[in-house]
Structure formats: C-alpha cells, structure tokens
Design a protein around this ligand. Structure first.
Ligand code: TYD
Length: 206
C-alpha cells in the first residue's frame, strides 16, 4: 500500500501551493505521486459537488450538505485514491474527512460525532498523516482579496463562520494528535515546506 497524505485548513491558507511543492519534491526523489482534491475530477463526485456549491441552493439543509460531501468523498476514494494506493503511490489530497468534521460538524453545528458516523460509512481509509496549515482567518482573507480570487457560496459566509472553522481545526487537531500535524502557515513558504518535508521523510522512513 502507498501513503495517503491530506492537507487541511481554511480558505487562503496556501494548501494548493504547498501541495505543488511537496509533489515536486517527492517526484524528484523518485516516488510516484498523485495529487488530488475532492472531488478530484471524478465525474460523479464533480456532479455532487456542483449541487453543494451552487449559489442558488440556499435552501440546502446542513445534513444534506454533510451527506453530499460524504457521498462525493466515497466516489473519489473508490475511483481515484484507493486504486493509486494499491499501486503503491503517494496520494496528496487537498481536503478530506477533517474538512467535513470541521465545516459541517463544528462550524455548521451538526456535531463532530454525527459527521464522523456518516463518514465512517463513506470512508474506508484514514490518512497516514494530515497537515493542518494553521493561518488565522484575517490573514487568509487579506491574501484572498489580494489575489482577487472568485468566491463561491461557502467563501461568502460571514467572517464568524471562518473563525469557527479556524477554531474547529484546532479542536480536531487535538482530537487526533497522532495523525494531524499543525503547521504554522504564516511564515515564508520555504520554511513551511521544509517543515512538511521533514515530517514526510520521517513517515517514509528516510
Ligand atoms: P474548495 O473549492 O476546495 O475550496 P478551497 O480552495 O478553500 O479548498 O472547497 C470548497 C468549500 O467546501 C470550502 O469552503 C470547504 C468546503 N468543504 C466542506 O464544507 N466540507 C467538506 O467536507 C469539504 C471537502 C469541503
């Protein structure tokens, strides 16, 4: 089996940039790497995701949202993640189950235990390691504004929601101290990458 590595954090924490650097690092070392994000270009998962993020769907019940994320996760796992792990690849995934625990369980208030239950049915694989990129919401928002990135429905939620997400990640990181590593993301990218490389090398036994 390969290694399943996930990256978590609020919007604008730099996950995508970090994943690109780490992917190149591991590729250069000769590992076979798959980078993905939910829904990961899987057609069925993509269709589910479109329903979740559609700005017209203001009537969506929070439980519906949690179930749809879980459904999309299952499909992405089945079609992309599990086959890659079976081929001994390293899978780097931008967001996974912890996003649901934090966004739906804590920020939406559905309860971590409830969302975990749904996801235990949806999800066969827990990551070998998860990096929580810890950046305060005020800093993330400033970054997003500076980049003029287009905002989706969840991005537009009030600042209060993003603060809940941030606190939620810190809570979940404490719940899984052996799996989740908090990385101070308010530093130079080089320093952040060094930190993560070191932890991954250790995981790979190097
Ligand atoms: P995405 O477009 O991947 O945004 P980002 O670039 O910030 O990662 O994700 C869209 C939104 O979906 C984001 O606000 C987080 C949210 N989300 C959940 O609420 N629950 C989940 O299980 C996942 C995977 C994402």
């Amino acid at each position: 089996m390969g290694y399943f590595i996930t990256f978590e954090g609020g919007e604008g924490t730099g996950k995508t940039t970090i994943i690109n650097y780490i992917s190149k690092y591991l590729n250069d070392k000769g590992y076979s790497v798959v980078t993905t994000r939910e829904p990961g270009g899987i057609d069925i998962a993509e269709q589910i995701r479109n329903i979740i993020l559609d700005v017209k769907n203001t009537k969506m019940d929070y439980r519906t949202e949690a179930l749809l994320y879980a459904a999309s996760r299952t499909q992405h796992l089945a079609e992309k993640v599990i086959p890659a792990l079976k081929e001994n690849k390293i899978v780097l995934c931008d967001r996974y189950l912890d996003s649901s625990l934090v966004y739906q369980g804590i920020a939406r208030g559905l309860g971590v235990d409830n969302v975990l239950k749904v996801n235990m049915f949806a999800t066969e694989y827990m990551p070998n390691i998860t990096f929580f990129i810890d950046v305060k919401p005020e800093i993330c928002f400033k970054r997003l504004k500076d980049n003029h990135r287009e905002m989706d429905r969840l991005d537009l939620e009030k600042m209060d929601f993003h603060n809940k997400v941030y606190e939620g990640y810190r809570e979940i990181a404490k719940m899984y101290p052996n799996r989740i590593v908090s990385i101070d993301g308010d530093r130079r990218i080089e320093d952040i990458i060094e930190d993560i490389k070191m932890r991954i090398d250790k995981l790979l036994g190097e």
